[in-house]
Design a protein around this ligand. Structure first.
Ligand SMILES: Cc1ncc(C[n+]2csc(CCOP(=O)(O)OP(=O)(O)O)c2C)c(N)n1
Ligand code: SF4
Ligand SMILES: [Mg+2]
Length: 285
């Protein structure tokens, strides 16, 4: 059994009261309850407040470029599929700057878990609107209110063929931890969009704003997360009522499971054969 203290608590640069703190705590709890040890886990971030998460946990970490967390995460998993690979990064990083990677990583279905700290704002750069800011949201960058339609990450992920799509709220740590465990255990790309209040720069989507609206699908027997059309209809719900829980789930073959040679060992363990590589190069000369 791993111990939560192994994941340590480092000094953070987050504002007091930020929703990111509970995400970090729930993540540590989920890793411990899944009995994972620090050396078995890789956490990858891009750039932003959320993307600092790998720096605050005693696990393998990789800080990528803005919007570019998913490619190195996928590469690490493909090279060593024994690693538990998790991406913690923001809504701007995941759905804006990294939007193209978001789309094509879903299609590739590498077995990794993507936790998006969705504060509906660019937090690190002091509060510009992000792809998930609602229409009408006033920021310094959009003084007359956002006019662009907000991106719906849940609907987009389901439409693109993701096999595990969930939503959680950083104001409900216990439920968030359970969603994290389910997502990490899922074999394939798993998205958990986490509603995360930014107390400094988003004065609209506050803890109180979310608390008034969120409700759980978890435990609701009448909801079937395997029904794709039903899940897409549920994904459209946003505003007065916001569903939390596993919105869609389907078992699919993950990327590395397509290759028989990876059943015997990881790519990392296959010895480097300079002669073979040279002969392959010579084919092209
Ligand atoms: C290529 C590039 N563009 C822009 C920036 C500036 N930048 C840094 S963080 C950030 C937004 C981060 O927002 P988000 O991903 O939502 O994370 P948050 O800080 O809200 O957690 C931007 C635009 C950058 N570092 N690199
Ligand atoms: S700016 Fe917002 S997202 Fe960033 S640490 Fe402060 S409260 Fe959190
Ligand atoms: Mg953000």
């Amino acid at each position: 059994m791993s111990n939560i203290h192994e994941f340590k608590t480092f000094e953070t640069a987050w504002c007091p009261g930020c929703g990111d703190f509970s995400i970090l705590e729930s993540l540590k709890g989920a890793l411990t309850e899944l009995d994972l040890n620090p050396h078995e886990v890789l956490i990858v971030g891009g750039i932003g407040q959320a993307a600092k998460t790998p720096q605050y946990l005693n696990v393998n970490g990789f800080a990528g470029l803005h919007g570019r967390a998913l490619p190195p995460a996928a590469a690490a998993k493909i090279v060593n599929h024994n690693l538990t690979v998790i991406i913690n990064t923001g809504d701007g990083d995941s759905y804006g700057e990294g939007g193209n990677h978001f789309i094509h990583n879903i299609r590739r279905n590498v077995d990794m878990t993507h936790f998006v700290h969705n504060n509906q704002i660019y937090g690190l750069t002091k509060g510009q609107s992000s792809p998930t800011s609602d229409v009408g949201h006033v920021t310094d960058f959009t003084p007359d209110g956002v006019i662009n339609q907000a991106l719906n990450p849940i609907l987009t992920a389901i439409a693109l063929g993701a096999g595990f799509v969930a939503r959680a709220f950083s104001g409900d740590k216990e439920h968030l931890k359970e969603m994290m465990k389910e997502a990490i255990n899922y074999n394939g790309y798993a998205l958990v969009d986490i509603l995360q209040p930014c107390v400094s720069f988003n004065k609209v989507n506050t803890f109180a704003w979310y608390k008034k609206r969120v409700y759980k699908l978890t435990g609701d027997e009448s909801y079937n997360p395997n029904d794709k059309i039903g899940a897409m209809t549920k994904a459209l719900e946003w505003g007065d009522k916001i569903p939390l829980g596993i919105i869609y789930r389907e078992d699919k073959k993950s990327y590395t499971n397509h290759f028989d040679f990876l059943k015997e060992s990881t790519l990392l363990e296959i010895p480097y054969d300079a002669k073979l590589i040279q002969s392959l190069i010579e084919e092209f000369i």
